[in-house]
Design a protein around this ligand. Sequence first.
Ligand SMILES: [Fe+2]
Length: 316
Amino acid sequence: MLYQKLNKKNSKRRINKMTITLDNELLSNLTNSVISQMSTTPSARLRTVMECAVRHLHAFAIETKLTPEEWLTGIAFLTAAGQMSSSDRQEFILLSDTLGLSTIVNLLQDGSGLVQATESSLLGPFYRNNAPSYQVGESMARRCNGPQLQLYGRILSTEGNPIPNATVQIWQTDSEGVYDIQRGSEMDTRGVYTTDENGYYHALTVMPKSYPLPSDGPVRRMLNAQSRHGNRPAHIHFLISAPEHKELVTALYVAGDRYIDDDTVFGVSSARLIATPSLDNNAPHPEIPTICYDFHLVAGVAEGGRVGADVATLKY
Ligand SMILES: [Fe+2]
């Protein structure tokens, strides 16, 4: 009797083991079938990216034992992200930012800059083409008020040589932590400067402020579900380009900001991008809090473009 019971138990175990083995084999076969069917993809790069995506997607579902309800929640979340996106809002870029993906792609793209040149940072969703041009020393804060801030320094090669005629695009929030586009106003606290023969740039603006990510979309609901604060530290964006040099997309983060060590989009990728505004006797206006910062550009032309865009220009 006992023997029969044990035998029955062992046989059940064998069946369970077989079922698990069979399931794993089925799952593995399924992954291989999908990859096999996609092998007709003419573009080698698209084939590689999609194969890798499918492998990881299947592994993710298997590892988490994804339930039908969770799968449907994910579908609804992505649908809502698409519905929230428009010509002035890109919820998927926000999602990418908050998952750290944008910073990873940025670091991969700008790998050479880590050693020799100024580190890159995120372009973010508030970059706009065709910002107004200003002369050296002009203020780009045209409509907003707030504590003044002065920015100056030089654009240099990695050997330390000045780069004249470099284009320096700068954009930031106002002193209340709001971008012009969020107010629906004309362009403000953004401008384009050109360096002089010594590679020198100089801009006047207002002190930026930390700001929360938009509160009305699925990404914010995700952050709330994770009990994340959802804020970015105060920062100033720079996009610097010059002939025969790799474009630099970066930002300077204001030292002392409460979110400097906990940026929701992981943009503070280097301590060297943290700047402290202070009075500077060498600045053109010594009475104004100032950030003096030299940027170093790598010689050569960037491949693959920048990570991000003016969302109004995206084609779907
Ligand atoms: Fe920003």
